[in-house]
Design a binder for this molecule. Structure first.
Ligand SMILES: [Zn+2]
Length: 192
């Protein structure tokens, strides 16, 4: 279960120069800055610690900001999200609308820091954040011993193989995207 940090900000951007610049600015403003290089790495970082605010880019390899925000909105709806992007898209689905938008320009930094301060003040105390309890994912055996599972961490579906090792009671598959350990149950009786 992730612990919640009192003043940490998770910065998700594939450009190391931008991460470095903003980390310095955030730390000078009194925040603890943590960095992730794309959406998948962002989800891995959320495993150990929940930040008070997330700042995310949109264009990133492996998992874009759009997909990352949609996962954060479903799993951690109380964490505010700021998008920092080169160009603001005109249309975005309602469920992934960020709390704030900023363009990637140096003159936006003071306003961005002020927004982070405001969001931290408005966000409920870390203790009030709902904690997600993991339950085994249910699946049915598919062709050739393959099963389709939905990862509870990155919400992508992946194919797991039924091996002699995971035919025990506590079956676990490793997500092929974010490498989360996913416990699962097979619903109907196993023909093997
Ligand atoms: Zn996953």
């Amino acid at each position: 279960m992730s612990r919640v940090s009192a003043n940490s900000v998770l910065l998700v951007d594939d450009d190391p120069a931008i991460r470095e610049l903003l980390s310095i600015e955030l730390e000078e403003a009194g925040f603890e800055a943590r960095q992730a290089e794309d959406g998948i790495d962002g989800l891995v970082k959320l495993r150990d610690e929940l930040p008070r605010v997330i700042i995310s880019d949109l264009q990133m390899p492996r998992m874009s900001g759009i997909e990352f925000i949609s996962v954060v909105r479903r799993r951690f709806p109380s964490i505010p999200v700021i998008v920092l992007t080169g160009s603001i898209p005109r249309e975005l689905p309602e469920e992934i609308k960020p709390d704030h938008w900023f363009e990637k320009t140096a003159r936006q930094i003071p306003e961005l820091l002020q927004t982070v301060h405001d969001l931290v003040r408005k966000t409920p105390d870390p203790a009030d954040c709902p904690q997600v309890i993991s339950v085994p994912v249910r699946t049915r055996p598919g062709f050739a011993g393959h099963m389709i599972l939905t990862c509870p961490e990155c919400l992508r579906t992946f194919r797991a193989t039924s091996t002699s090792e995971n035919k025990r009671v506590d079956r676990t598959a490793i997500c092929t995207y974010c490498e989360a350990r996913v416990p699962f149950l097979i619903e109907s009786s196993d023909p093997a």
